[in-house]
Structure formats: structure tokens, C-alpha cells
Write a protein that binds this ligand. Sequence first.
Ligand SMILES: [Zn+2]
Length: 260
Amino acid sequence: MHKLSRPAPPASWHDCLKALREAEPVKKGRSESKRWGVFRNEHRSTYDETVDALAACQHGLCAYCEIKVSRINRQIEHIQPKKNSTPENDFTFTFSNFAMCCNGGTVSYCKDDGAFSNDPDKKTNISCGAKKGDKEPCLNPYTLPEYSLFRAQADTTNELLSFSVDEDACAKATIPAELAKGTITNLNLNCPRLSRARYGVWVTINKEIDEISEDPDLSEDEKDEEFKSLIKKHLSPDIQFYTTALLCICYQLPDLAPQN
Ligand SMILES: [Zn+2]
């Protein structure tokens, strides 16, 4: 999970919002899921334009787990749960409360890029919005700092890379560490499906760094140039598991890593 920039709403959003709020005000006895269903089903072109705007701004990555999301494996996520909506704070239809996220491993025809798990115990691998449901809010990806609030731990025996909370980074960002911990748990970011995929990224980057470090034909300056292009490649904003790449580079190449 890393900082996202805020997209602009699509051109049709404001008229659509006006129509929705008139026809579907927040009211007792009307479930927020049903209100949201009206948007999805009766204003489909604006819905699609909205998710396209979010996807473009997020470079096609899930706001939470950072997998590359395809058109059939994406949804609009409410950072503040819909059910917390009140007439004064309508989170269900607040554009700045939207992010694009994956379907959390629940869609069996999405077998690309680790988006679905064939593990026998599929339930342990459900992540992101599909796992969070209406739980309390997690870290808001729009208000994160540029540096990561997570640390990475590699389990070489089981080939897993798990996240824990970097309490110093949380303190520096004045974000409660408990909120970051709850985010990892509530989104199930350490599920085997994601931890395994992140481990693959971790191993690849470490191997590339080792190859440059150990190349006898390169001078120190040439090595630095190679490291810089490696960083550029792995920290491209459309890279899957961006946070994993960022942490790996911060640990292995602290002098060249982006400013913390
Ligand atoms: Zn995800």
C-alpha cells in the first residue's frame, strides 16, 4: 500500500451525483449497498468512467495489495465504509472516498498475475475490499507519506514476504501505528497468495542487485549507474507490488533509494 494521487472525477460525475442524491438520499431503512447498486446498475456509463479515472490515476494497481488489476478484476472501494454514511456525510457517493481495488482473490476466472488463488483453502487468501467489508476504516492511501509505513520480512524457508508496521515511520507521519496494524489485518495483506507473490519480487530485485555488486568488470561509478537504472525500472509507478520494491531498494541501496 502506497500513497495515491487524487484523480479528477469524470465529466458526467456531478450530474449523476445530483440525480443519485435526489432519488436516493441517505435514509433509515435504506441499505447503503442498495443505494450503491442503483449507481452501478442504473448509471453504468458513469460508473465505468469513474473506475477508469481511478484506474488511470493508480496506474492500474490495486490501492491496497498493489497487484495489477484487469478490467474484469476491479471494483470501486470505499475507504470509509458505506455503512458509516449519514445525511451529513454521504460516504457512499463521495468521490474522494473512492479508490480502485482488486476483487481480493475471489473471482475464479481471474487467474492472471496472482489475482486468484487455487489453494485448497481459498478463504485464507481473500484480501483487500473483499476481506475488509464493512470493518472500520483502514489507512487512507491518499493521505499516506511517500515513505512506507510497513517493514518487510522475508521467510526464505517458506518463500513468503510479510509486512509488519514500522512504528518509527508511523510516528514520523503522525499516523497511529495501531491503524497501520489494523490495515494489514483487516485487508489480509499477509495472506499466502500475496506474500508468495511479493517474495518473488523481493528475490528478483535482490538477485539483480547482487549481480551488479559482484560484477568484476564494473567500476564503482558504473555500478551506481546500473543501480540507478535498476531503481528506475523497479519503482516505475505501474509496477506490481511497488511497496515491496521500495522496501527492498531502501534496505539494499540506502544511499541511492528515494529520500525517506
Ligand atoms: Zn488488492
